[in-house]
Design a protein around this ligand. Structure first.
Ligand code: NAD
Ligand code: ZN
Length: 384
């Protein structure tokens, strides 16, 4: 079958690989009908998350069940399902305490040690050997472990594009606003107008925010934030976003700042050299802006991915401004049902951010334009 394989940084190919099969009684094999490229895939693509061997990418996917293992009694061949991107067993301490993204049984590097190479959370589909090393869903077929716990059935009348993002970016955006405790009347600043940031802006409005400010460095994405999400926007390359946000909030700063950019924020040469000297991958400049633009006593919520420790973390400012902060991978399993209901009831949509629908064979070119932010690209859906 065809699969999108990571070879080395900036080198992904559509290769012929062996079809997956049931390896464990709780497995299912899924025939993928739609899969998307995520901003998180770019960290692997660009080599910021190291991956030494080839592997199949992709953690946003859905499709039709082909085969199930003997312990998967809730699914049958022919069922259409969406699959949360973290692999969770549903039985360990973390899964039964609302933390499926920290599942103890899906990643051999799972642990409490907390350093860079060990002490990771749950395994993630197609997301390097640090996160379980399991092949992902940018392929004609994929093996889904713990298929009796993760996948959610989709009714026939729902189109793929309508529900595909329940696998990742919609729950992630929802976690971002939930962690930021967004409430009626809040001003919410969202750094990043990529797929995650855009949907976080929409969900912030849903939760009652009276003003939402979108920050990015790409004008075409800021346009989308204005047009589709009704946000006020600022280009961080042209204006200091912290000043702009304070100007929009009577000088106080935003009640909530969301970091939907992460370590791959745009940087100049000086910042790149600085990171090298400090042995850092990427930058935490956007997090620093979040601390700067939040009001005293405000909340900072981080869904943009960070991979290593960083020097000069603004701990003094965090303390002095009395801030709250929470971040991490989204606990998709915990919120997917609520979001599915909203989507199926027509109260929430996410498909309007899709700019490219292409055959799976086009994956290498699509990775390239999504990474370079070319051709107006915001969200790519691939059809195997
Ligand atoms: P994306 O790469 O399309 O979006 C990032 C956006 O940030 C881009 O629009 C880019 O122009 C903008 N940006 C770059 N530098 C900036 C700066 N200095 N200031 C403001 N904006 C800047 O990716 P995405 O799919 O929207 O994902 C965003 C982040 O969320 C990524 O780090 C991704 O890995 C992460 N993510 C996390 C989870 C989770 O569970 N926590 C899930 C999905 C994605
Ligand atoms: Zn993702």
């Amino acid at each position: 079958m065809k699969a999108v394989r990571y070879h080395k940084p900036k080198d992904v190919r559509v290769d012929d690989v062996e079809e997956p099969r049931i390896e464990h009684p709780r497995d299912a094999v899924l025939r993928v009908t739609s899969t998307a490229i995520c901003g998180s895939d770019l960290h692997v693509y660009n080599g910021l998350l190291p991956q030494l061997r080839e592997m199949t990418l992709g953690h946003e996917f859905m499709g039709v069940v082909e085969e199930v293992g003997p312990e998967v009694t809730n699914l049958r061949p022919g069922d259409r399902i969406v699959v949360p991107f973290p692999m969770a067993c549903g039985r360990c301490w973390y899964c039964t305490n609302g933390l499926p993204n920290s599942c103890a049984n899906s990643n051999h590097l799972h642990g409490p040690e907390g350093n860079v190479l060990k002490g990771k959370g749950a395994g993630l589909f197609g997301y390097t050997d640090l996160y379980g090393g399991k092949d992902g869903g940018q392929a004609e077929k994929v093996r889904v472990p713990f298929a009796d716990y993760g996948p959610r059935k989709v009714p026939d009348h729902a189109k793929d594009e309508q529900v595909l993002f329940l696998t990742d970016i919609l729950p992630t955006a929802y976690e971002a606003v939930r962690w930021g405790k967004v409430k009626e009347g809040d001003t919410v600043a969202v750094f990043g107008c990529g797929p995650v940031g855009l949907l976080a802006q929409r969900l912030a409005k849903h939760m009652g925010a009276s003003k939402v400010i979108g920050v990015d460095v790409q004008d075409y994405r800021l346009d989308m934030a204005k047009r589709l999400m009704g946000s006020v926007t600022v280009n961080a390359d042209e204006q200091d976003p912290d000043d702009f946000i304070r100007g929009e909030t009577e000088g106080r700063g935003a009640d909530v700042c969301i970091d939907a950019v992460g370590m791959e924020a745009d940087r100049n040469l000086l910042e790149k050299v600085g990171a090298l000297v400090h042995l850092q991958r990427g930058t935490m400049k956007v997090l620093r802006h979040c601390f700067g633009a939040a009001r005293r006593g405000g909340r900072v919520s981080i869904v943009g991915v960070y991979g290593v420790p960083y020097d000069n973390f603004p701990l003094g400012q965090f303390f002095d401004k009395n801030l709250e902060m929470k971040g991490g991978q989204a606990n998709v399993h915990e919120v997917v049902d609520e979001l599915m209901e909203m989507v199926l009831a027509g109260k929430l949509r996410a498909d309007d951010i899709i700019t490219h629908v292409r055959p799976l064979e086009d994956a290498p070119a699509m990775y390239d334009i999504f990474n370079r932010k070319e051709d107006g690209c915001v969200k790519v859906v691939l059809k195997p």
